[in-house]
Design a protein around this ligand. Structure first.
Ligand SMILES: *[C@@H]1O[C@H](CO)[C@@H](O)[C@H](O)[C@H]1NC(C)=O
Ligand SMILES: *[C@@H]1O[C@H](CO)[C@@H](O)[C@H](O)[C@H]1NC(C)=O
Ligand SMILES: *[C@@H]1O[C@H](CO)[C@@H](O)[C@H](O)[C@H]1NC(C)=O
Ligand SMILES: *[C@@H]1O[C@H](CO)[C@@H](O)[C@H](O)[C@H]1NC(C)=O
Ligand SMILES: *[C@@H]1O[C@H](CO)[C@@H](O)[C@H](O)[C@H]1NC(C)=O
Ligand SMILES: *[C@@H]1O[C@H](CO)[C@@H](O)[C@H](O)[C@H]1NC(C)=O
Ligand SMILES: *[C@@H]1O[C@H](CO)[C@@H](O)[C@H](O)[C@H]1NC(C)=O
Ligand SMILES: *[C@@H]1O[C@H](CO)[C@@H](O)[C@H](O)[C@H]1NC(C)=O
Length: 905
């Protein structure tokens, strides 16, 4: 007892240092490829045990108040030091001195307020300096002067009241200066003078309440290519002022998002005339009015963003001058302001005619009333037109609707969510180049005659999913044989089973989506000839009947010939049967989804041709067993398996192979183990399949063999015992007979005259009266018939054994008169019977005649005399009749028995 206690103590003390180590290492930085990550460790001292050759040190989200330069001497290889999200309030110049290779210094979200001339004096290699979200209000003199290689300086979210970061020219390599979210109210020439040698790609002054642009402020900057002034509440007049200040600068990108620019006049952008502006962002301005010729000053503009405004009216000259625009976003630009219908925004005919180079036009999510006949006229380079949810209600598309696009080389037209109800013949006649047409999520309800697609000679994709009602005809897609993708999801698709099939001309079709249509009838020719089909979606239909063996005409093999099919979705169809050959042609199948059906037993080898399958989904079926002959081939190369929520039968036969496979596979099995539970047998109900103990089944194959051999032996043994028990006498008897025959005791076929007696009669002494009474009359009748009767023919009734033997030998037959008395007669038992039988065996089985005077069961006969009825021919077994009238028949039978030759033939 004491010893165990001391062991426990040893154990405890032995573990203690290990635990200390644990907690210590839990607080440790991770080092990988010369990058040390010490973030989120509550550190307030720089670790001194990191490899000295690290180049990146991440100290973010700790409790540093300072970064003592001395502690960095060992990390002189650092190029990136991230000290963000601490409470550092002071920075010492020696830090950079000790880190001569430092390129990136990040100190965002700290408490720096003072930067002196000396702070960055040794940071000559620095290319990025992040000081965002500190409390810097003023930069003394020339804090950044030595940062000759600095490319990016982030001073956003500080308290700076001026752009002035220095007095001398400096930062000649700076490309990005981020000053958003400060307290800058004015841009003054002298306060930007320090950038006189810089070429800024991006100057971000967003979220500053700028009220003043002093003359020449932007000209103070060496070159300014990008100015971001979002969220600055510039309004109408300051915007105009700004643009005037930008005149003759190298400005290219100007972002003025969210500036309360409610209207634009023909002078607002005048100042930009003398620029090469290519990008203008005017989004989120509540822009309502655009005067004619407002953008006439922007002939170089390529990207124009007018998203999220309230433009009421676009007139034919609103966009005048935008000759170079390639990309125009008018997404949510024309939204209805008031509820009254009369104030719907309006786009005049020919409004877009100036945009000769426009390639991409986005007009999504607007409240436009409709498409007028010259709405898109002049867009001679338009390739992509997004009109999703653009119109209050488009209703019917006629052959006039898109006439204004006749000159556009349109490749994509997106018309989703426009409440379209009908497509008339030739609606897209003008769009001969169109490759993609999206008509999804509308209210189309009609029969597709095929004329709808007239003119779409180059179409590749048609999306019709989510419409009200589409009735197909044999010609629905006859005019668009170039189609490769056809989406007909949830369109209450009718008539897919017509012949010829609506899809027969789509020889290049690779994707067909017919899901969510509640289709119950399809025929085997529906997909005939679609040899290029790669993806087929048939989920959420009602196809169960088609695979039933009981289906009139047998199962419908609608997948035959789809030799390039890669993805097949048949989820939620109510399938409870799978024909064995259904997937036979689909040798390139990569993914099959049969989830949410009622499948229980899958035919063996149903997936035999799916050896390259990557994903198999059989979740929520009624599968009880997962056996090798079904799942062996498809599991070979599988990367994803989903068989969740099946009622698995956790017995060796049903599940052992599966569990073994799970344990050995790298396949990603969704929901393992919690969604794979045993249903049967009852004692395992609710158990995870993975806990099933396969060891009990492990050697089941050899055991099975052993079992079979064992039972066979046992059965043979039992059979033999029973046989010997019940029929043993027969075997030994016939064995004896055979042996004698083989050993040459040839049947002695003596002639009747060679015998003295016709028969030797063996009977019990007590039966002598009956014998006498019945045998002597027979002798009297027939002179040649003579029996050897012991009572009469033996002298004085003395029974000499020798005499008996001799007499038997001299008799042609031996008659047993069998009664209960005979069975009890000792001499009979021991001797006579033996001799008679011996003779019979040696000569002939016919030579013994049994006469039963009473009913004696075979077992008693056997027990007493070692005789059985079965040893003798039936004609040699006679029963003394009870009825008198049958006695003559008995005599006849006896004569036949006596007369028969002692021969087997
Ligand atoms: C950095 O030092 C560690 C050990 O401190 C060493 O394993 C690693 O190879 C070194 N890396 C280089 C690039 O020298
Ligand atoms: C440092 O770690 C933080 C948080 O883990 C991460 O956001 C930041 O990007 C890292 N810094 C560097 C330079 O990798
Ligand atoms: C950091 O440097 C200070 C002296 O400047 C020293 O006292 C401290 O031990 C150092 N810490 C580490 C972790 O090296
Ligand atoms: C600007 O519009 C006014 C009328 O609103 C017009 O008088 C003036 O000529 C226009 N200026 C230019 C440059 O188009
Ligand atoms: C605009 O571009 C042209 C040609 O690239 C150039 O000659 C001109 O100087 C540029 N204008 C400005 C204001 O930078
Ligand atoms: C449009 O269809 C109507 C008949 O619906 C026809 O009369 C008219 O000529 C067609 N217009 C064009 C431009 O094809
Ligand atoms: C059409 O536009 C909708 C909404 O922006 C989008 O979800 C859909 O993917 C687009 N269709 C095509 C074919 O690009
Ligand atoms: C089908 O595709 C082939 C090869 O991509 C192409 O040559 C053929 O023109 C296409 N057929 C149609 C009707 O577009």
């Amino acid at each position: 007892m004491r010893q165990t206690l001391s062991y426990q103590i040893y154990f405890f003390w032995g573990l203690l240092p290990f635990c200390v180590l644990c907690t210590f290492s839990a607080n440790k930085c991770t080092v990988k490829h010369e990058v040390a990550d010490c973030s989120h460790l509550k550190l307030n001292q720089v670790p001194d045990d990191l490899p000295t050759n690290i180049t990146v040190l991440n100290l973010t989200h700790n409790q540093f108040r300072r970064l003592p330069p001395a502690n960095f001497t060992r990390y002189s290889q650092l190029t990136i030091l991230d000290g963000g999200f601490n409470t550092i309030s002071k920075l010492e110049p020696e830090l950079c001195q000790n880190l001569p290779l430092l390129k990136v210094l990040n100190l965002q979200h700290n408490e720096l307020s003072q930067l002196s001339d000396k702070t960055f004096i040794f940071c000559r290699s620095l290319t990025e300096l992040h000081l965002m979200s500190n409390s810097i209000q003023k930069i003394q003199n020339n804090a950044f002067k030595n940062l000759k290689n600095l490319i990016k300086l982030d001073l956003a979210h500080n308290g700076l009241s001026s752009t002035k970061l220095g007095t001398d020219l400096q930062l000649e390599n700076l490309q990005e200066l981020l000053l958003s979210n400060n307290k800058i109210h004015a841009l003054r020439r002298e306060e930007l003078h320090f950038l006189g040698n810089s070429s800024l790609k991006k100057l971000d002054l967003s979220s500053n309440q700028i009220k003043e642009f002093s003359p020449g402020c932007f000209h103070a900057i060496g070159k300014l290519f990008g100015l971001f002034l979002n969220n600055a509440q510039l309004g109408f007049s300051l915007t105009e002022k700004l643009c005037l200040e930008l005149s003759n600068t190298s400005i290219r990108n100007l972002s003025l998002s969210n500036n309360q620019l409610y209207r634009i006049s023909n002078l607002t952008f005048l100042g930009l005339k003398e620029t090469n502006l290519t990008m203008l962002d005017l989004s989120y301005n509540n822009l309502n009015m655009i005067a004619n010729n407002s953008f006439a000053w922007l002939p170089h503009l390529k990207y124009f963003i007018l998203e999220n405004n309230n433009i009421e009216h676009l007139s034919s000259r609103s966009f005048y001058g935008l000759f170079s625009v390639r990309y125009l976003s008018l997404k949510r630009s024309f939204t209805k302001q008031s509820a009254s219908l009369s104030s719907l925004p309006k786009i005049d005919d020919f409004s877009l005619q100036w945009l000769k180079h426009l390639e991409y036009l986005n007009m999504e999510d607007n409240d436009l009333p409709g498409i007028n006949s010259n709405m898109f006229t002049g867009l001679t380079n338009l390739k992509y037109l997004r009109l999703s949810n653009s119109f209050k209600s488009l209703q019917t598309l006629t052959n006039e609707t898109f006439v204004s696009l006749a000159q556009s080389p349109l490749l994509l037209l997106n018309l989703t969510r426009n409440k379209i109800t009908k497509i008339k013949s030739g609606a897209f006649f003008w769009l001969g180049y169109l490759k993609v047409l999206d008509l999804g999520i509308n209210s189309i309800e009609q029969e597709l005659t095929g004329q709808e697609w007239r003119g779409l000679g180059n179409i590749i994709e048609i999306y019709l999913s989510y419409n009200r009602y589409l009735q197909l005809t044999s010609d629905s897609f006859a005019l668009v044989p170039s189609l490769q993708q056809l989406m007909l999801r949830r369109v209450a698709c009718k008539n897919v089973d017509i012949s010829p099939s609506p899809f027969r001309s789509l020889r290049n079709l690779t994707i067909l989506d017919l899901s969510n249509n509640n289709i119950a009838n399809i025929n085997s020719e529906m997909l005939e000839g679609l040899g290029k089909l790669e993806i087929l979606n048939l989920q959420h239909n009602n196809l169960a009947r088609l695979w039933k063996h009981a289906n009139p005409g047998g199962p419908v093999y609608f997948l035959k010939g789809l030799s390039h099919l890669r993805i097949l979705n048949l989820e939620s169809n109510g399938f409870d049967e799978i024909p064995e050959e259904i997937f036979k042609d689909l040798s390139e199948l990569k993914s099959i989804d049969l989830g949410l059906n009622n499948l229980n037993i899958l035919p063996p080898s149903v997936f035999d041709n799916q050896i390259s399958l990557k994903s198999l989904n059989l979740q929520k079926n009624l599968i009880t067993s997962v056996e090798k002959d079904v799942f062996g081939p498809p599991f070979k190369n599988l990367s994803n398996l989903d068989m969740r929520f099946n009622p698995f039968d956790c017995t060796c036969e049903s599940i052992a192979w599966f569990v073994n496979w799970i344990n050995g596979t790298h396949t990603n099995i969704t929901g393992l183990p919690e969604s794979y539970l045993c249903n049967t047998p009852p004692q395992y109900h609710g158990f995870p399949v993975t806990l099933f103990d396969v060891s009990a089944c492990k050697d089941s194959a050899p055991f099975e063999l052993l079992f079979i051999i064992n039972t066979s032996i046992l059965l043979i043994f039992i059979f033999s015992v029973l046989l010997i028990h019940f029929e043993g006498w027969r075997i030994s008897f016939y064995w004896n007979v055979s042996v004698h025959r083989i050993l040459g005791f040839k049947e002695i076929d003596r002639q009747p005259e060679q015998f003295d007696y016709a028969a030797y009669v063996i009977h019990a002494y007590k039966d002598r009266d009956w014998v006498w009474q019945h045998f002597s009359p027979m002798e009297e009748k027939d002179e040649s018939l003579r029996f050897c009767l012991e009572e009469r023919d033996f002298e004085a009734g003395v029974l000499e054994l020798e005499a008996i033997v001799k007499s038997i030998q001299r008799s042609r037959k031996v008659i047993f008169v069998i009664t209960q008395h005979l069975l009890k007669d000792p001499l009979c038992k021991r001797f006579k019977v033996h001799h008679a039988v011996q003779q019979a065996i040696e000569q002939n089985l016919d030579s013994i005649i049994l006469i039963f005077l009473e009913e004696i069961p075979d077992y008693k006969l056997n027990h007493a005399l070692c005789l059985r009825r079965g040893m003798f021919k039936s004609r040699c077994i006679l029963n003394w009749p009870v009825q008198k009238e049958r006695i003559s028949a008995f005599h006849h039978k006896l004569q036949v028995a006596l007369g028969s030759r002692n021969s087997v033939h």
